[in-house]
Design a binder for this molecule. Structure first.
Ligand code: NAD
Ligand code: TYD
Length: 348
């Protein structure tokens, strides 16, 4: 099996590459990534000489780049995206370009591609996995803890990020319905783990605390996220690729709901810091209140369940990874990141 992975130099993509080469030693993987601020080849260090792995620098919106790559592979796992809600509030255009136009470019190239070895239309035999997000479902109220997102929950996006991901998600659905393309969609909750860009809350808070800074907690801190370890998500994507049914959507979550205040207190406790490290700041505009995932379908149909997401151990291991890999995040934090934070917060 030869997989074309898009966005493999990012957080989830690079963890997917490492996991895949470990779990499926006979697979090959081509990583197509344009290396935006969040793409980092350091995440893949050591793989340069692995004959099973190839890196191609290129943009998913460029049809000339993607077509030959699709024609030489047996499946597409599409993860490339602009991924941060706060950035989408500052400027939504790159989100539409990559998450909507990029996804449309890939789907359309896959529709028209020919298989290697003269096997006819590529899409006749090969699968396209679209890695979506639970954020396409919108927001749940705090008052009804029994409510969770199911695959059948209507899409009700609230941020430019989630709207652009839903654009890709609906295009993927449409290409299955209209052209009978073998498309499987995954929708996962908030990931944590190694190599996450320190704009997302966990690596931002952990690295700020190592630097002796405060952590900016939005609003009243009561917003809830369901935290899943990135390896559980990556295994879910692999299972969906191998066992999912064409045209189906699969939710993945960690069964690990926490308010941001609970998350922050847990990080402070594990890092031996006091509550004076919390800096309450203005809320994010349009901030979704609660995400919660019902992943019984993945359990039932894919025999998947999260096995590495349980706290406090998984969170403590992640904190230790950032403690032990200071060079990685310090170099990341001193580059494009700084420009962004200066623009958004005046450099806090
Ligand atoms: P990330 O920002 O860390 O990585 C995104 C990668 O995509 C980067 O390597 C970047 O260079 C690449 N990329 C961006 N635009 C590109 C383009 N036009 N062409 C080629 N490459 C491009 O993001 P992540 O957190 O690893 O998320 C990966 C995927 O998983 C995204 O599709 C995201 O929507 C989805 N997802 C993320 C989470 C989460 O908690 N992080 C949860 C559910 C779903
Ligand atoms: P984030 O990691 O940006 O992921 P998402 O917005 O996709 O869920 O944020 C997770 C939660 O943490 C979200 O409710 C917003 C909150 N948050 C803060 O309180 N402070 C911060 O500095 C950031 C980045 C996020």
């Amino acid at each position: 099996m030869h997989i074309l992975l898009t966005g493999g130099a990012g957080f989830i993509g690079s963890n997917f590459v490492h996991l895949l080469l470990k779990l499926r030693p006979t697979y090959r993987i081509t990583n197509l990534d344009v290396l935006t601020y969040s793409g980092n080849l350091e995440n893949l260090r050591g793989l340069e000489k692995d004959p099973r792995y190839t890196f191609v620098k290129g943009d998913i919106t460029d049809e000339k780049t993607v077509m030959p790559l699709i024609e030489s592979c047996d499946a597409i796992v599409h993860m490339a995206a602009e991924s941060h809600v706060d950035r989408s509030i500052l400027d939504s255009r790159p989100f539409v370009m990559t998450n909507v136009i990029g996804t449309q470019t890939l789907l359309d190239a896959a529709r028209r591609a020919q298989s290697k070895n003269g096997g006819g239309a590529w899409m006749k035999n090969n699968r396209f996995v679209y890695v979506s997000t639970d954020e396409v479902y919108g927001s749940l109220p705090l008052e009804n803890p029994e409510l969770k997102f199911k695959e059948t929950t209507p899409l009700e996006t609230n941020s430019p990020y989630s709207a652009s991901k839903a654009g890709g998600d609906l295009l993927a659905r449409a290409y299955h319905h209209t052209f009978h393309m073998d498309v499987v969609t995954t929708r996962c909750s908030n990931n944590f783990g190694p190599f996450q860009f320190p704009e997302k809350v966990i690596p931002l808070f952990v690295t700020n605390l190592i630097e002796g800074k405060q952590v900016p907690l939005y609003g009243d801190g009561k917003n809830v996220r369901d935290w899943i370890h990135v390896d559980d998500h990556c295994e879910g994507v692999l299972t969906a690729l191998e066992k999912g049914k064409a045209g189906e959507v699969y939710n993945f979550g960690g069964n690990n709901e926490r308010s941001n205040l609970e998350l922050t207190h847990e990080i402070l406790r594990l890092m031996g810091k006091g509550h004076d490290s919390i800096k309450p700041v203005a809320d994010r505009p349009g901030h979704d209140r609660r995400y919660a995932i019902d992943c019984t379908k993945a359990l039932r149909e894919l025999n998947w369940k999260p096995t590495r997401s349980a706290w406090p151990q998984a969170l403590a291991d992640t904190i230790n990874w950032y403690k032990n890999n200071e060079a990685w995040w310090r170099s990341v934090k001193s580059g494009a990141y700084r420009d962004y934070y200066t623009k958004q917060y005046g450099g806090r």
